[in-house]
Design a protein around this ligand. Structure first.
Ligand SMILES: [Zn+2]
Length: 280
Protein backbone atom coordinates (compact mmCIF):
# COMPACT_ATOMS: atom_id res chain seq x y z
CA UNK A 1 0.00 0.00 0.00
CA UNK A 2 2.91 2.30 0.70
CA UNK A 3 3.90 2.07 -2.93
CA UNK A 4 0.42 3.07 -4.06
CA UNK A 5 0.60 5.99 -1.65
CA UNK A 6 3.81 7.19 -3.23
CA UNK A 7 2.41 6.79 -6.73
CA UNK A 8 -0.75 8.64 -5.71
CA UNK A 9 1.46 11.26 -4.09
CA UNK A 10 3.16 11.82 -7.40
CA UNK A 11 -0.21 12.77 -8.85
CA UNK A 12 -1.51 14.88 -5.98
CA UNK A 13 -0.54 18.05 -7.86
CA UNK A 14 -3.38 17.32 -10.28
CA UNK A 15 -5.88 17.07 -7.43
CA UNK A 16 -8.13 20.10 -8.01
CA UNK A 17 -7.79 21.44 -4.44
CA UNK A 18 -3.99 21.22 -4.57
CA UNK A 19 -3.99 22.82 -7.98
CA UNK A 20 -6.12 25.68 -6.66
CA UNK A 21 -3.81 26.19 -3.68
CA UNK A 22 -0.67 26.26 -5.83
CA UNK A 23 -2.36 28.62 -8.27
CA UNK A 24 -3.42 30.96 -5.45
CA UNK A 25 0.18 30.97 -4.16
CA UNK A 26 1.46 31.83 -7.62
CA UNK A 27 3.45 28.59 -7.75
CA UNK A 28 1.44 27.11 -10.62
CA UNK A 29 0.97 29.30 -13.64
CA UNK A 30 0.11 28.93 -17.32
CA UNK A 31 1.78 30.69 -20.21
CA UNK A 32 0.69 30.75 -23.85
CA UNK A 33 2.95 29.93 -26.80
CA UNK A 34 4.10 33.56 -26.87
CA UNK A 35 5.35 33.29 -23.31
CA UNK A 36 2.57 35.51 -21.97
CA UNK A 37 1.02 34.56 -18.66
CA UNK A 38 -2.57 33.36 -18.92
CA UNK A 39 -4.70 34.47 -15.98
CA UNK A 40 -6.34 31.55 -14.12
CA UNK A 41 -9.72 30.64 -15.62
CA UNK A 42 -9.09 32.70 -18.78
CA UNK A 43 -8.72 30.98 -22.14
CA UNK A 44 -5.32 31.46 -23.78
CA UNK A 45 -5.11 33.82 -26.72
CA UNK A 46 -4.40 30.86 -29.00
CA UNK A 47 -2.98 27.35 -29.13
CA UNK A 48 -2.00 25.18 -26.24
CA UNK A 49 -0.49 26.42 -23.03
CA UNK A 50 2.41 25.38 -20.82
CA UNK A 51 1.97 24.83 -17.07
CA UNK A 52 4.88 25.98 -14.92
CA UNK A 53 5.37 24.77 -11.34
CA UNK A 54 7.90 26.70 -9.26
CA UNK A 55 10.15 28.30 -8.14
CA UNK A 56 11.57 25.37 -6.20
CA UNK A 57 14.95 26.22 -4.62
CA UNK A 58 17.46 23.52 -5.58
CA UNK A 59 21.05 23.50 -4.31
CA UNK A 60 23.11 21.61 -6.90
CA UNK A 61 26.36 19.79 -6.28
CA UNK A 62 27.94 18.31 -9.39
CA UNK A 63 31.52 17.21 -8.86
CA UNK A 64 33.34 20.38 -7.78
CA UNK A 65 30.49 22.64 -8.79
CA UNK A 66 28.11 24.10 -6.22
CA UNK A 67 25.35 26.35 -7.47
CA UNK A 68 21.92 27.34 -6.17
CA UNK A 69 19.15 27.43 -8.72
CA UNK A 70 15.42 28.07 -8.71
CA UNK A 71 13.87 25.11 -10.46
CA UNK A 72 10.65 25.30 -12.53
CA UNK A 73 8.97 22.14 -13.88
CA UNK A 74 7.28 22.86 -17.20
CA UNK A 75 4.82 20.67 -19.09
CA UNK A 76 2.76 21.18 -22.22
CA UNK A 77 -0.91 21.20 -21.25
CA UNK A 78 -2.11 19.08 -24.16
CA UNK A 79 0.15 16.34 -22.85
CA UNK A 80 -0.79 16.93 -19.22
CA UNK A 81 -4.50 16.85 -20.15
CA UNK A 82 -4.17 13.49 -21.90
CA UNK A 83 -2.23 12.01 -18.99
CA UNK A 84 -4.81 13.32 -16.50
CA UNK A 85 -7.66 11.71 -18.47
CA UNK A 86 -5.83 8.39 -18.61
CA UNK A 87 -4.99 8.68 -14.92
CA UNK A 88 -8.70 9.13 -14.11
CA UNK A 89 -9.52 5.98 -16.15
CA UNK A 90 -6.81 4.03 -14.38
CA UNK A 91 -8.00 5.19 -10.99
CA UNK A 92 -11.53 4.03 -11.84
CA UNK A 93 -10.17 0.63 -12.87
CA UNK A 94 -7.87 0.48 -9.85
CA UNK A 95 -4.98 0.14 -12.30
CA UNK A 96 -2.52 1.77 -9.92
CA UNK A 97 0.47 -0.18 -11.18
CA UNK A 98 0.22 1.59 -14.54
CA UNK A 99 0.68 5.12 -13.14
CA UNK A 100 4.44 4.99 -13.32
CA UNK A 101 4.31 3.96 -16.98
CA UNK A 102 1.89 6.76 -17.68
CA UNK A 103 3.97 9.39 -15.91
CA UNK A 104 7.14 8.39 -17.73
CA UNK A 105 5.57 9.38 -21.07
CA UNK A 106 4.99 12.95 -19.98
CA UNK A 107 7.89 15.16 -21.01
CA UNK A 108 8.35 17.53 -18.09
CA UNK A 109 10.91 20.15 -19.03
CA UNK A 110 12.94 22.02 -16.42
CA UNK A 111 13.99 25.62 -16.14
CA UNK A 112 16.78 26.43 -13.69
CA UNK A 113 17.05 30.11 -12.93
CA UNK A 114 20.19 31.60 -11.40
CA UNK A 115 19.94 35.14 -10.10
CA UNK A 116 17.01 37.54 -10.33
CA UNK A 117 15.31 37.73 -13.75
CA UNK A 118 14.04 41.27 -12.90
CA UNK A 119 17.61 42.61 -13.00
CA UNK A 120 18.67 40.75 -16.16
CA UNK A 121 19.79 42.89 -19.07
CA UNK A 122 21.52 40.27 -21.20
CA UNK A 123 21.49 36.99 -19.25
CA UNK A 124 23.48 33.86 -20.10
CA UNK A 125 21.27 31.00 -21.28
CA UNK A 126 21.71 27.33 -22.13
CA UNK A 127 19.00 25.24 -23.82
CA UNK A 128 20.19 21.74 -22.98
CA UNK A 129 18.84 18.56 -24.60
CA UNK A 130 18.35 15.69 -22.16
CA UNK A 131 20.96 12.95 -22.34
CA UNK A 132 20.67 10.23 -19.72
CA UNK A 133 23.98 8.60 -20.61
CA UNK A 134 25.94 11.86 -20.64
CA UNK A 135 24.14 14.01 -18.05
CA UNK A 136 23.48 11.34 -15.44
CA UNK A 137 25.83 8.42 -16.12
CA UNK A 138 28.78 10.58 -17.14
CA UNK A 139 29.26 8.77 -20.46
CA UNK A 140 32.22 10.03 -22.48
CA UNK A 141 30.63 9.08 -25.80
CA UNK A 142 29.22 12.58 -26.01
CA UNK A 143 30.07 15.84 -24.24
CA UNK A 144 26.59 16.50 -22.81
CA UNK A 145 27.56 15.99 -19.15
CA UNK A 146 30.47 18.47 -19.18
CA UNK A 147 28.42 20.86 -21.33
CA UNK A 148 25.59 20.93 -18.81
CA UNK A 149 27.91 21.26 -15.83
CA UNK A 150 30.09 23.93 -17.47
CA UNK A 151 26.96 25.84 -18.52
CA UNK A 152 25.65 25.89 -14.93
CA UNK A 153 29.10 26.97 -13.75
CA UNK A 154 29.33 29.76 -16.33
CA UNK A 155 25.80 31.00 -15.60
CA UNK A 156 26.45 30.74 -11.84
CA UNK A 157 29.61 32.85 -12.01
CA UNK A 158 28.16 35.37 -14.47
CA UNK A 159 27.48 38.83 -13.04
CA UNK A 160 23.83 38.75 -14.19
CA UNK A 161 23.19 35.03 -13.96
CA UNK A 162 20.70 33.47 -16.32
CA UNK A 163 18.97 30.17 -16.88
CA UNK A 164 19.27 26.63 -18.14
CA UNK A 165 16.31 25.08 -19.96
CA UNK A 166 16.52 21.29 -19.74
CA UNK A 167 14.51 19.71 -22.55
CA UNK A 168 13.27 16.34 -21.33
CA UNK A 169 12.07 14.99 -24.67
CA UNK A 170 15.29 15.59 -26.58
CA UNK A 171 17.12 12.32 -25.92
CA UNK A 172 19.20 11.29 -28.95
CA UNK A 173 18.34 14.57 -30.76
CA UNK A 174 14.66 13.68 -30.38
CA UNK A 175 14.58 9.96 -31.27
CA UNK A 176 14.39 8.71 -27.67
CA UNK A 177 16.69 6.62 -25.53
CA UNK A 178 15.81 3.25 -27.06
CA UNK A 179 16.64 4.32 -30.61
CA UNK A 180 19.72 6.17 -29.34
CA UNK A 181 21.03 2.91 -27.87
CA UNK A 182 20.59 1.31 -31.30
CA UNK A 183 22.47 4.18 -32.98
CA UNK A 184 25.39 3.58 -30.59
CA UNK A 185 25.64 0.00 -31.87
CA UNK A 186 25.50 1.26 -35.47
CA UNK A 187 28.17 3.83 -34.67
CA UNK A 188 30.40 1.13 -33.26
CA UNK A 189 29.99 -0.62 -36.63
CA UNK A 190 31.42 2.46 -38.35
CA UNK A 191 28.56 4.91 -38.92
CA UNK A 192 28.66 8.47 -37.61
CA UNK A 193 26.00 9.86 -35.27
CA UNK A 194 23.87 11.33 -38.10
CA UNK A 195 24.24 8.35 -40.50
CA UNK A 196 23.11 6.03 -37.70
CA UNK A 197 19.84 7.95 -37.32
CA UNK A 198 19.22 7.70 -41.06
CA UNK A 199 19.94 3.95 -41.08
CA UNK A 200 17.13 3.59 -38.53
CA UNK A 201 14.85 5.64 -40.79
CA UNK A 202 14.88 8.53 -38.34
CA UNK A 203 15.63 12.22 -38.93
CA UNK A 204 19.11 13.61 -38.19
CA UNK A 205 17.59 15.96 -35.69
CA UNK A 206 13.93 15.90 -34.65
CA UNK A 207 14.18 18.07 -31.57
CA UNK A 208 11.20 20.37 -31.03
CA UNK A 209 12.32 23.75 -29.69
CA UNK A 210 8.86 25.34 -29.58
CA UNK A 211 8.40 24.84 -25.82
CA UNK A 212 11.92 26.16 -25.19
CA UNK A 213 10.99 29.23 -27.23
CA UNK A 214 7.83 29.87 -25.18
CA UNK A 215 9.76 29.45 -21.92
CA UNK A 216 12.49 31.84 -23.07
CA UNK A 217 9.88 34.44 -24.02
CA UNK A 218 8.33 34.15 -20.57
CA UNK A 219 11.48 34.07 -18.43
CA UNK A 220 13.78 36.37 -20.46
CA UNK A 221 10.81 38.57 -21.32
CA UNK A 222 12.03 40.00 -24.61
CA UNK A 223 15.45 41.13 -23.34
CA UNK A 224 18.52 40.26 -25.40
CA UNK A 225 20.38 37.20 -24.14
CA UNK A 226 23.56 35.21 -24.70
CA UNK A 227 23.00 31.59 -25.75
CA UNK A 228 25.64 28.99 -24.93
CA UNK A 229 25.79 26.78 -28.04
CA UNK A 230 28.01 25.77 -30.94
CA UNK A 231 24.97 24.95 -33.04
CA UNK A 232 23.78 27.76 -35.36
CA UNK A 233 20.70 25.61 -36.20
CA UNK A 234 19.53 25.93 -32.59
CA UNK A 235 19.69 29.73 -32.88
CA UNK A 236 17.70 29.53 -36.15
CA UNK A 237 15.13 27.11 -34.69
CA UNK A 238 14.48 29.42 -31.72
CA UNK A 239 14.31 32.36 -34.13
CA UNK A 240 11.70 30.50 -36.21
CA UNK A 241 9.52 30.39 -33.09
CA UNK A 242 9.86 34.14 -32.66
CA UNK A 243 12.67 34.36 -30.10
CA UNK A 244 14.70 37.51 -30.72
CA UNK A 245 17.87 39.13 -29.39
CA UNK A 246 20.03 35.98 -29.33
CA UNK A 247 23.80 36.32 -29.43
CA UNK A 248 25.61 33.01 -29.66
CA UNK A 249 28.40 32.22 -27.19
CA UNK A 250 30.74 29.36 -28.04
CA UNK A 251 30.47 26.43 -25.63
CA UNK A 252 33.12 23.82 -26.41
CA UNK A 253 33.99 21.63 -23.45
CA UNK A 254 34.56 18.01 -22.49
CA UNK A 255 36.53 16.97 -25.58
CA UNK A 256 38.04 13.52 -24.97
CA UNK A 257 39.47 10.72 -27.09
CA UNK A 258 36.14 8.87 -26.73
CA UNK A 259 34.01 11.64 -28.24
CA UNK A 260 36.39 13.29 -30.74
CA UNK A 261 34.82 11.39 -33.66
CA UNK A 262 31.31 12.33 -32.48
CA UNK A 263 32.28 16.00 -32.21
CA UNK A 264 33.91 15.89 -35.61
CA UNK A 265 30.60 14.61 -37.09
CA UNK A 266 28.81 17.51 -35.38
CA UNK A 267 31.41 19.88 -36.87
CA UNK A 268 30.78 18.47 -40.39
CA UNK A 269 27.06 18.90 -39.79
CA UNK A 270 27.41 22.62 -39.08
CA UNK A 271 28.44 23.04 -35.45
CA UNK A 272 30.99 25.79 -35.06
CA UNK A 273 33.76 23.82 -33.45
CA UNK A 274 37.29 24.66 -34.59
CA UNK A 275 40.13 22.24 -35.42
CA UNK A 276 42.01 23.54 -32.38
CA UNK A 277 39.02 22.68 -30.16
CA UNK A 278 39.31 19.05 -31.21
CA UNK A 279 43.10 18.73 -30.96
CA UNK A 280 44.73 16.92 -28.04
ZN1 LIG B 1 24.84 13.13 -24.84
Amino acid sequence: MAEIGIIRGMFTYIDPSVRERLTAQGNLIQIDREGVRVEPGKAPSYGSTISILGPIPLPLELGDLNVDVNWYACVRNTELGKIEELADDLRAQDGQQSFATLASYMAVNSVMVIGNPDTWENPLVRVHSSCLTGDVFGSQRCECGPQMQTALGRIGSDAQGGMLVYMAGHEGRGIGLWAKAATYLLQDAGEDTYQANRTLGLPDDSRDFSDAASLLKYFVDGKPFRLLTNNPKKVNDLGDFGVTGISRVKHVTGVTSSNRRYLSAKQDWGHEISKEDLSD
